[in-house]
Ligand binder design. Structure first.
Ligand SMILES: [Zn+2]
Length: 256
């Protein structure tokens, strides 16, 4: 079972390792230091961690779809950092999940470890968001400077400002009207807006106002449980959108 001290130990380890390394975290250096081998899968298999001998580990990274196989994409970096979390759990606690619940707990913890390692608290302490318009810029900046997926950057910003809710929506290329949006990820208080159902929302639902012609960013007022919540929409690319809101009790975006 994952205990509280395992969370705290991994959190402290992530902080220490990222501090040693600098930003963006030098994952290849870290793998050398921890004596973990890294290999790229040649099949379509997902990333796995193997233990060729009692004292060695090997990460077999899912094959890359595009680009150089040597370079780690931001998604690869998250996957590698996640597996380092498993290695540390095994090193320090001899932790091996024995049932489904333990497995899920370990996955959650290793995902958290990966975000703590790649976007340390020290980076977040410097984050200031004075207006909604700055939010997508801050997230994109962390995404680039820390070489992490956009979702990881958003997650960490939501850790810093816990009342913030965000999702990335993708315009699905379809001839259907209204044209559906697919939610790639949500962070923060997902119950705030019920858009995760089926991971699809349609313009006729919440986003009708967002997808009509007009300028970006834009704001929409949505009734949630008798309160009006302002949802802010930003266009990241012509087909990708960042939607953000704060829980109704909150006043301004930058308050934690
Ligand atoms: Zn895992």
């Amino acid at each position: 079972m994952i205990e509280r001290d395992q969370w705290e130990w991994l959190r402290a380890a992530a902080t220490r390792l990222s501090l040693q390394s600098g930003i963006p975290v030098d994952l290849k250096g870290l793998l050398r230091q921890l004596r973990i081998d890294l290999e790229r899968s040649t099949s379509g298999a997902p990333t796995i961690l193997t233990k060729p001998s009692p004292r060695s580990y090997k990460i077999v990274l899912a094959g890359s779809r595009a680009g150089s196989r040597e370079e780690l994409s931001s998604g690869d970096r998250f996957a590698v950092a996640h597996e380092i979390g498993h290695v540390l759990l095994d090193y320090e606690f001899g932790f091996r999940p024995t049932n489904r619940r333990h497995y899920h707990a370990a996955e959650t913890l290793c995902n958290a470890f990966a975000s703590w390692l790649l976007v340390p608290d020290a980076s977040l302490e410097e984050v200031r968001i004075k207006s909604w318009a700055e939010l997508p810029r801050v997230i994109q900046r962390i995404h680039v400077s820390h070489a992490v997926p956009l979702a990881t950057a958003a997650h960490r910003v939501a850790d810093r400002f816990p009342k913030l809710w965000m999702c990335e929506a993708l315009r699905v290329s379809a001839n259907k009207r209204p044209r559906p949006l697919r939610i790639r990820w949500t962070v923060g208080n997902a119950s705030l807006l019920d858009v995760v159902q089926n991971r699809r929302i349609t313009p006729s639902h919440l986003l009708s106002g967002f997808l009509d012609a007009g300028s970006w960013p834009r704001r929409l007022s949505v009734a949630v449980n008798g309160t009006t919540v302002r949802v802010y929409g930003f266009r990241l690319t012509p087909s990708r959108y960042l939607l953000a809101a704060r829980s109704p009790s909150a006043v301004s975006v930058g308050k934690s």
